[in-house]
Design a protein around this ligand. Structure first.
Ligand code: D41
Length: 262
């Protein structure tokens, strides 16, 4: 029911680590490839548990929004994404490139999720298991009026096609330009120094996780210098300059009450 969109620049995936040792190994590989002993500057941000999207602005106007799909082809969900209140249909200012593709994560804040499930219960409908499923359902509605009733949000964190080349010399400065154009970016994004800075950030966000108004499943670190990003390049479909450090899976004890054989 949705038209296919071929991504002009493929949407990459993100490598994962699950321990301090693996993060340290990642940082070591980065410094070996860059042939530097100096500490690398990284950007750090929460890893939102949502849906990756590509937004295409032409002459400052949102003309297309496509899901990540398999990274090469996604689905055209423009009409639904246009209902996201915090997302500008027209960028502020005038210094944006003619073609600006921005990548981000669409998510449903916890408060909106609770309100939506409450409404679903009252209407006698099905409730959603978690905010991510509810966000995915909202994005796949054929009637954008239904999507508009679900309070979706988005934070932008990356780039696709850009006419006229890069926006700045660093990732953090590029993100700052998005913020100036009115695009929503994570207020939790910071630059940190070396693996020690990454681990301190991971612990701080981990401690504050339950107080955030959205679900996260880890943190993402990106080499801040775009020159260093270019020197590092990619392996298969993932950049060598970025990594997600995941939180341990949340475990609960439960009781098996019955087993029904069929
Ligand atoms: O919050 C996220 N889920 C997130 C996903 C993030 N903060 N940054 C990301 N950065 C990238 C690159 C480094 C490729 C620009 C990502 C993703 N990718 C990503 N999301 C889904 C697949 C890849």
């Amino acid at each position: 029911h949705f038209n296919e969109v071929v991504h002009t620049v493929p949407m990459l995936s993100l490598g994962n680590v699950f321990s301090e040792q693996e993060l340290s190994d990642f940082d070591r590989r980065v410094r070996d490839r860059l042939e530097t002993q100096a500490e690398v500057i990284y950007t750090a941000e929460p890893k939102l548990d949502g849906l990756a999207i590509n937004l295409r602005y032409e002459a400052g106007v949102l003309v297309q929004a496509a899901t990540r799909g398999d990274g090469s082809r996604g689905e055209d969900v423009t009409a639904n994404v246009r209902t996201i209140r915090s997302l500008p249909l027209k960028l502020q200012g005038s210094d944006w490139p003619e073609v600006l593709e921005v990548r981000g994560e669409i998510f449903l804040p916890r408060a909106g999720f609770e309100a939506l499930n409450e409404r679903m219960r009252l209407e006698g409908g099905k409730t959603f298991v978690n905010p991510r499923n509810a966000a995915a359902g909202a994005l796949r509605q054929l009637d954008p009026r239904i999507t508009a009733e679900r309070p979706l949000a988005i934070y932008c964190y990356g780039f696709g096609q850009l006419s006229g080349g890069k926006l700045a010399l660093s990732h953090s400065a590029s993100i700052a330009r998005l913020r100036n154009w009115g695009l929503p970016v994570s207020p939790e994004q910071q630059t940190v120094q070396g693996v020690a800075g990454c681990l301190a950030y991971y612990r701080d966000i981990g401690a504050r996780r339950d107080g955030l108004d959205y679900d996260i499943d880890g943190v993402v670190f990106k080499v801040n210098s775009l020159a260093q990003q270019e020197a590092l390049g990619f392996v298969s479909r993932a950049p060598r300059w970025a990594i997600a450090q995941k939180f341990p899976a949340q475990e609960e004890i439960t009781v098996v009450e019955a087993v029904e054989f069929q």
